[in-house]
Design a protein around this ligand. Structure first.
Ligand code: SF4
Length: 227
């Protein structure tokens, strides 16, 4: 499979935020979100065999722990990446799959925790979510909306209610988008939507969702890759 990087850091998002995690970042994405901070994954990378990926994960985190398969969009390499998942599970890892939600997820093993984006209107990739993926969700999975405006928030809130998401998954995450050129200060000044404003909307509306901040952007320089 084509890999941009494999590294160990802290998980910055989802209900697993704050835990040490090995990231297996695959190359390539078919979307172009307006706030994407992973454009360096669109091209390049290097071909790695499944056994090489397993060996690198084991070197970074021998004896288990958390592994996230991400990108880019990892499910564009479904034929290669799906067989990696049971191997990681068999080796004792807890496996997260971070995906844009645009590719079908029916072949993802049930024990993998899917963290599935639903793209909002201001992402420039609205309406790309594969609605059939709702039927693949398990109670341990998570759904994420990255928000950059009130219109995004209203979309996410309505989508959450219409599809009863809080009943289907472990967590519904509302996360402010960051400016993709964010650098320097490790604070919320880079957020396209003020987290305080978002928090106040969520409290006022009793939204069955959890506010998520990208923890790694508050620990390291937001421009830093591989963390
Ligand atoms: S799906 Fe992810 S990697 Fe692809 S453009 Fe959007 S944010 Fe970037």
């Amino acid at each position: 499979m084509q890999i941009t990087e494999i590294y160990k850091s802290l998980q910055g998002e989802s209900t697993h935020a704050g835990l040490a995690c090995v990231f297996v970042r695959l190359t390539g994405c078919n979307l172009r979100c307006s706030w994407c901070d992973s454009e360096y994954t669109f091209q390049g990378g290097r071909k790695m065999a499944l056994e090489e990926v397993l060996a690198e994960v084991s070197r970074l985190s021998p004896g288990g722990g958390l592994v996230e398969i991400t990108g880019g969009e990892p499910m564009l390499q479904e034929r290669e990446v799906v067989p990696l998942m049971p191997r990681l599970l068999n080796d004792g890892y807890k496996v997260l799959l971070e995906t844009s939600g645009e590719r079908p997820l029916g072949r993802v093993p049930a024990n993998v925790i899917k963290i599935v984006d639903v793209k909002c209107p201001d992402s420039a990739e609205a309406d790309t979510f594969c609605v059939e993926n709702l039927e693949t969700l398990s109670p341990h999975d998570e759904i994420k909306f990255v928000l950059s405006s009130r219109a995004d928030y209203d979309f996410a809130r309505q989508f959450t209610h219409r599809h009863n998401l809080a009943e289907r998954v472990n967590a519904v995450l509302f996360s402010p988008a960051l400016r993709k050129d964010a650098t320097g200060a490790r604070d919320s000044s880079h957020c396209l939507l003020d987290p305080q404003e978002l928090a106040e909307w969520m409290i006022a509306d009793d939204v069955p969702a959890r506010l998520g901040l990208q923890l790694h952007k508050f620990i390291w320089d937001p421009a830093l890759k591989g963390v």
